[in-house]
Design a binder for this molecule. Structure first.
Ligand SMILES: NC(=O)c1ccc[n+]([C@@H]2O[C@H](COP(=O)([O-])OP(=O)(O)OC[C@H]3O[C@@H](n4cnc5c(N)ncnc54)[C@H](OP(=O)(O)O)[C@@H]3O)[C@@H](O)[C@H]2O)c1
Length: 292
């Protein structure tokens, strides 16, 4: 299997990225330095996560050239609208200690409390500003996160620069087949957040279907999850703080799930869904004003 995905602008992304959502890291910078050491070169962060600063510092301290790593970050729902988006980008660049972002994303399609009829206009206004950031050379490519087909359609119908990726919660038990199919039909690479179902004990680790498949292939449940996503043409961005986990998550290119097993995982009952839905359960979190 190739170890890169080719995006709709012809550029390439490693098939596995590294997630940096900080809930479980004890030391953000150390975890990212370990990940660089393990060979990860594609990093996902967001203004919301408070891992932009440690990511920028870790990249500098690692000595790795800036053009050898791919940095993906996102503006949060309270940073939407043209003026807010330009300001958000400058803060992200500053925290990441870089003068360009490789992939800049809109994190969520709807603002908390925004009247429903306005979300399309706000998404377009924000996207136009993001396109201008590309023209200014501060951003290389644009992406989306948590955009379902009707949100993505709004962007595709109104954009000059097409999104290269759409990041969605995707794992066995929440494989959002319709959203993935829509992305693929429009040449937008689907990317999986929480590809390991955030390690949920009963829902994911103890799931009987996954336990059985892990035994059958002689791999861990997490490796089966990642392999499932790769075989469906999805790019996973697992988060790990343990070096053993970081290595295991890269070690998924020498086995293959059968078509029947991929089909079974695609159709298994819903499990380990995080519980946030872009239209109906909008996270009530704010970007941290201290995070400047
Ligand atoms: N766009 C969005 O709205 C959105 C939302 C959520 C997340 N994300 C992104 O997606 C990334 C990944 O999602 P996530 O952090 O929620 O969860 P995840 O990657 O599904 O799961 C992380 C958990 O799995 C454990 N783990 C990792 N590798 C393992 C292995 N090989 N064996 C056993 N356990 C393993 C980790 O433990 P240890 O830490 O102990 O190694 C951690 O507890 C985030 O970090 C973030 O970058 C995006």
């Amino acid at each position: 299997m190739e170890k890169f995905y080719t995006l709709n602008d012809g550029s390439k992304l490693p098939m596995i990225g590294f997630g940096t959502y900080n809930e479980q890291f004890e030391d953000n910078k150390k975890a990212i330095l370990d990940a660089i050491e393990c060979g990860y070169r594609f990093f996902d962060t967001a203004s919301l996560y408070e891992t932009e600063r440690p990511l920028g510092t870790a990249i500098k301290e690692s000595g790795i050239a800036r053009n050898e790593v791919i940095i993906e970050t996102k503006l949060w729902i309270d940073e939407m609208g043209a003026d807010n988006a330009y300001a958000a980008l400058e803060k992200s660049l500053n925290r990441l200690r870089t003068d360009y972002i490789d992939i800049y994303m809109m994190h969520w399609p709807r603002q908390t409390g925004a009247p429903d009829e306005n979300w399309k206009e706000l998404d377009i206004e924000t996207w136009k500003a993001m396109e201008e950031m590309v023209r200014q050379g501060k951003v290389r490519r644009l992406g989306l996160s948590n955009f379902l087909p009707h949100h993505l359609k709004n962007i595709l119908e109104n954009c000059t620069i097409k999104p290269v990726v759409d990041q969605l919660e995707l794992h066995p038990g929440y494989s959002q087949e319709a959203a993935v199919a829509y992305c693929k039909a429009n040449d937008v690479l689907p990317m999986a957040w929480s590809p390991l179902g955030r390690g949920r004990e009963n829902a994911m680790i103890g799931n009987a279907i996954l336990v059985r498949l892990a035994e059958k292939y002689g791999r861990t449940i997490q490796q089966v999850n990642l392999r499932f996503l790769l075989q469906k043409g999805i790019l996973p961005i697992p988060k790990a703080s343990s070096v053993a986990h970081m290595k295991a998550n890269m070690d998924v290119f020498d086995f293959e799930l059968s078509d029947d097993d991929v089909s079974m995982l695609s159709c298994m009952p819903q499990t380990a869904w995080l519980g946030e839905h872009p239209d109906f359960v909008i996270p009530d979190r704010k970007s941290n004003p201290e995070n400047i």
